[in-house]
Design a protein around this ligand. Structure first.
Ligand code: AMP
Ligand code: ZN
Length: 472
């Protein structure tokens, strides 16, 4: 019944996936801080969690997907000062660039892409609630979260107190005003040259962690199904998000926590601060975007993945094989003589189904895209073996349908998706013309348009709510 299993960082086990509400998934993915082009390490959570979403949709779930942009941050302010521009100018520019790369990587747009600067009222509201409930305290314009007040602090990262203290002090300046070393900042006071907002604690700006608690609550509610991001976010970011949300809302924050492993370069984590990174944009000048996506999906999302030119080349060759298979199939479909399945083909259909099962088994096992890619390669081998002059149109179409569906889950058939979108635009335009013709009692034209749509494989139904249409 619950075939899908996901590895939950909160419990460190693979669990059955059961969302709170049947058929619906509420998912939040931490987005980038926008002061530079995204590098291929940042692209990993984009691609991996987009694929998780696509698979959930393939399984019939209705997914609400939220991914934020951090557009207030020290690094953005620094960049703006260096360039003698403003924080807005820098973040707007890199949000635009992030969308260009995400679109290239065929990452579907989130249901909402909230930005911190647009959520300030709710951020202040949640900090106020934390102060009122005794989970936060103010000192000279700074508001801190009191981690001692939240007994479960550390439940996600499973660190002991010493490790927590060490981890916290790595990232925060030594700060004597804190009651406990693990306390973290919710609101910081204004410094000259920085952006500011008014608050009950004076002018200033929010700390990093609070934004995600607030945006998840606003767009998804108090308890969500999946919270995701790179594994470097487990501590302190996600640990702190749990502390904030659960203290403010009095409910569990997220049922499942998913974290991707790192993209490495020469066995070191690729990062902006270490300087050992390649932006998606520069790689896209040597390899098509879809090869970058395919490369990311060639490993299991929780394993480290080494970036190398050789591996990219191998991925390009592999993807080429899949695409050639698709082109060959299309050629046979366009030139088939027999439309109906032969007896031998009827038997082969069972074998064809085995690849769907193999793919689903891999994806049901905590989204094992590496094995899912192997299933696609095996399907391609099967298709190539059975491509003969006398193949029936129906058999070739069944193969094409399966290959397209599985590639669609991995997001590696962008051209087809684009063609489908363009097709949809044409269909909708024809439907609008038909409605207009009917309104003007021009029934001959309305019928002609219906015939044209039928020819295109589109069925339409006139209902009381308006016209409904579907393919096939
Ligand atoms: P940042 O802009 O640094 O906050 O990172 C945005 C997202 O990219 C976060 O989910 C990070 O965990 C993730 N990330 C950063 N570097 C890497 C890497 N080398 N490999 C995989 N994910 C990464
Ligand atoms: Zn976050």
């Amino acid at each position: 019944m619950f075939s899908l299993k996901v590895y939950n960082t909160l419990t460190r086990t693979k669990e059955d996936f059961i969302p709170q509400e049947e058929g619906k998934v509420k998912m939040y993915v931490c987005g980038p801080t926008v002061y530079n082009y995204i590098h291929i390490g940042n692209a990993r959570p984009y691609v991996v969690f987009d694929t998780v979403r696509r698979y959930l949709e393939y399984k019939g779930y209705d997914v609400t997907y939220i991914q934020n942009f951090t557009d207030v941050d020290d690094k953005i302010i620094k960049k703006a000062n260096e360039e003698h521009s403003s924080m807005e100018e820098v973040s707007n520019r890199f949000i635009k660039e992030a969308f260009t790369d995400a679109d290239g990587l065929n990452v579907k747009r989130a249901t909402h892409h909230p930005r911190v600067t647009e959520e300030m009222d709710n951020i202040i509201e949640m900090i106020k609630t934390l102060v009122e409930n005794g989970y936060a305290y103010e000192n000279d314009g700074t508001v801190y979260y009191n981690t001692k007040q939240f007994p479960e602090y550390g439940k996600l990262s499973k660190k002991n107190l010493d490790e927590l203290i060490e981890g916290a002090s790595e990232r925060v300046d030594k700060d004597d005003a804190k009651k406990n070393p693990t306390d973290f900042v919710l609101w910081k006071p204004y410094k000259p040259g920085e952006p500011k907002w008014s608050s009950p604690w004076g002018e200033g700006r929010p700390g990093w962690h609070i934004e995600c608690s607030v945006m998840a609550k606003k767009y998804l509610g108090d308890t969500i199904d999946i919270h995701a991001g790179g594994e470097d976010l487990i501590f302190p970011h996600h640990e702190n998000e749990i502390a904030q949300s659960e203290a403010a809302n009095g409910k569990p924050f997220s049922k499942y926590w998913l974290h991707n492993g790192f993209i490495m370069i020469d066995n070191e984590k690729m990062s902006k601060s270490a300087g050992n990174f390649f932006t998606v944009r520069e790689i896209s000048e040597q390899f098509p975007y879809e090869v970058i996506r395919f490369f990311i999906l060639n490993g299991h999302y929780r394993s480290p993945l080494n970036f190398s030119r050789e591996l990219m080349q191998a991925c390009q060759n592999g993807l080429e094989r899949i695409k050639n298979c698709n082109t060959d199939l299309q050629h046979y479909i366009d030139n088939c003589h027999d439309s109906k399945l032969s007896q031998a083909e009827t038997k082969l259909l069972d074998e064809l189904e085995k690849y769907r099962t193999q793919f689903e088994t891999a994806m049901d096992d905590d989204f094992n895209t590496a094995d899912a890619v192997s299933a696609i390669y095996e399907l391609v081998r099967f298709i190539n073996k059975n491509l003969k002059e006398n193949i029936s149109k129906e058999f070739a179409e069944r193969e094409m349908e399966l290959l397209g569906k599985l590639c669609g889950v991995l997001g590696i058939n962008k051209e087809k998706e684009k063609a489908n979108d363009e097709d949809t635009a044409v269909i909708e335009e024809l439907l609008a013309k038909r409605t207009e013709a009917k309104k003007n009692k021009n029934f001959a034209e309305a019928d002609a348009i219906r015939d044209k749509l039928t020819e295109m494989g589109v069925t339409i139904k006139d209902t009381r709510q308006g016209v409904q249409w579907f393919r096939g």
